[in-house]
Ligand binder design. Structure first.
Ligand code: BGC
Length: 354
């Protein structure tokens, strides 16, 4: 897989949205609402096809719910498909949505390299396609909206480094995500920025590292068991790339009575992870305000279907073209700021975290 570096965060300040997008997103009584909802240039009610990799992880259920609510508020209808982490199923899902005549496609790819034929079909049918959260590589897509994925990795590693024991070499395990997901590479890239100098200087030793196939927690259990078999119980921290893999690592640590003694990172602010943070078996997570991303994506999708494509000046090279690109910031969360971030934002309820 090609590793593509995001443009600098500063470059993204130069992002500009067209009057068309502003018109649909800013005002309930704007042009779209006053005509009874967003319509295509031909006057038809807009239908958005949302193709998700999976709904088995909590975060994607939030993404779906927020996206659908935002699109419906703008007067559009959303048809949702989830591919259960199967590329063949996702290709078929997208083809089905094309056949149903959706006006725009929003896609979270399972495999960033696996959707060339489906995207080509969308191109042939003149249906614009927006990549959501994960980049689709080597194909003609129209927009890409995501979080600052390199920063996610940097923040995970910074937190880990700040909490390692002093005065001796620290031993860590690294659990990466699914190799087919371009984000997994970007998370690792961000982690490398922070860790590489410390590994080189001998302050940190990576005792075991591996990629969790399909981002599955069960894969993380296996990786963690392999790490314990190799390095013994003498492990200071686990740099897990998301909450699902953190959960897997913690299950393996629990079997060894090591949970709570070994620092574990995460990402997504899933309920189970926030509970583990409050209980002390997971140290941190990265909160990605899904409301911002999903709402923004719904606005872009509706604007595109209205024939008023937003002007976005930042781009990212996906190996086929420079794709107009929008990204949102992320927040590091641990026990100390859980209430002020994830809970204050309404993402998780305080009562659920007791
Ligand atoms: C997302 C993460 C998520 C992971 C597994 C990544 O592409 O950015 O938020 O935890 O996929 O679903």
């Amino acid at each position: 897989m090609t590793s593509l570096r995001l443009p600098s965060r500063l470059a993204l300040v130069a992002l500009a949205l067209s009057a068309g997008l502003a018109g649909t997103s800013c005002s309930k009584s704007g042009p779209a609402a006053s005509t009874g909802g967003a319509v295509t240039p031909a006057g038809k009610k807009i239908v958005i096809g949302l193709s998700l990799d999976t709904l088995q992880e909590e975060r994607w259920q939030h993404d779906r719910d927020i996206f659908v609510a935002a699109a419906e508020k703008l007067g559009a209808t959303v048809v949702v498909q989830a591919a259960n982490s199967n590329n063949t199923v996702q290709v078929q899902d997208i083809k089905t949505l094309i056949t149903r005549g959706v006006d725009v496609l929003v896609v979270v790819p399972f495999d960033g390299n696996g959707l060339s034929t489906a995207v080509k079909d969308a191109n042939d049918a003149k249906i614009p396609l927006i990549a959501y959260d994960r980049l689709i590589l080597g194909t003609n897509i129209d927009y890409y909206l995501t979080f600052d994925n390199v920063k996610v990795g940097e923040e995970q590693a910074k937190y880990l480094v700040a909490h390692l024991p002093e005065g001796r070499k620290a031993k860590i395990v690294r659990i990466y995500g699914y190799k087919g997901d371009h984000n997994a590479t970007l998370f690792k890239e961000g982690q490398d920025h922070i860790l590489d100098p410390l590994i080189k200087s001998g302050k940190i030793e990576v005792v075991h590292e591996d990629w969790a196939d399909g981002w599955k927690p069960a894969e993380a259990v296996k990786i963690m068991n392999a790490a314990i078999t190799k390095a013994g119980r003498d492990i200071d921290a686990v740099l897990a790339s998301n909450d699902g893999t953190a959960g897997g690592a913690i299950t393996a640590l629990e079997q060894e009575k090591l949970a709570g003694k070994v620092l574990v990172t995460g990402q997504d602010a899933e309920l189970a992870a926030c509970q583990r943070i409050m209980q002390g078996t997971q140290a941190m997570t990265i909160y990605k305000p899904l409301k911002t991303l999903a709402t923004h994506a719904a606005e872009v999708a509706v604007a595109v279907a209205q024939g008023k494509p937003p002007v976005v000046t930042a781009t990212i090279d996906n190996g086929f073209k420079k794709v107009p690109f929008i990204f949102e910031n992320v927040i590091t969360v641990d026990k100390a700021n859980m209430m002020a971030t994830v809970v204050a934002d309404g993402f998780q309820k305080a009562a659920d975290l007791k």
